[in-house]
Ligand binder design. Sequence first.
Ligand code: ADP
Ligand code: MG
Length: 230
Amino acid sequence: MADGDPVIELSDVHKIYPDAQRERAVLRGINATFRRGEFVAILGRSGSGKSTLLNLLGGIDLPSGGDIRFNGLSISKLDERRRTLFRREHVGFVFQFFNLIPTLTVFENLLFTLDLNGVDRARAQRRVEELLSQLGLSDRGDSFPDRLSGGEQQRIAVARAVAHRPSLVLADEPTGNLDQDTEQDVLALLRAMPKRDHTTVIAATHSPEVASCADRIVHLQDGTLNDANS
Ligand SMILES: Nc1ncnc2c1ncn2[C@@H]1O[C@H](COP(=O)(O)OP(=O)(O)O)[C@@H](O)[C@H]1O
Ligand SMILES: [Mg+2]
């Protein structure tokens, strides 16, 4: 595969949540292609359906209608077990509140993801050392997450998301809980990844700073997705 090849393709994707009174149609016919090696920002106000869309892209949830293909494979037609395997192998998630495991050290947090993927211990340890060194956090491996600043925790969370070399990284408000200085560190990391590792990075955000770093901005509004420049 080459940079620019389609990785994720959505056709006429709908998501309807059942509600007490009536159904809520959050996504109403999304058509989009996300490509290898690009960093895309999904901009939209709170409640517009950004997290809903990311959950569909990562196979956490299923669309109510339409199709989502990952490298040509229809993930919306996989059963739960296969979707779990798909997610584990191909997707990395970054969340607003870092979600590091508080009882594990930084080193163990990173090792854990690789364990889940069945990477053998010696290789996993080398990978964790490599990631920490890339982040300039080699001396923090033995720390517990709560000893780190928010920016450091989020950089570790990004490292955890990419440790197993997924082709798709989904970031939900990745800088939503950071101040402006540390936001830049995390953004630099997210931005470098698509070029260095040929990953597709999709970040949901309402931050103009995040959007300004992206190769491409799409707007989620009224249940549909539109390119910023169309
Ligand atoms: N599991 C759910 N069940 C019912 N409604 C939901 C669920 N998840 C999200 N919603 C609703 O869908 C809409 C979009 O939510 P969300 O995707 O979280 O938006 P965003 O991430 O852009 O803030 C909101 O109105 C929210 O209340
Ligand atoms: Mg959200």
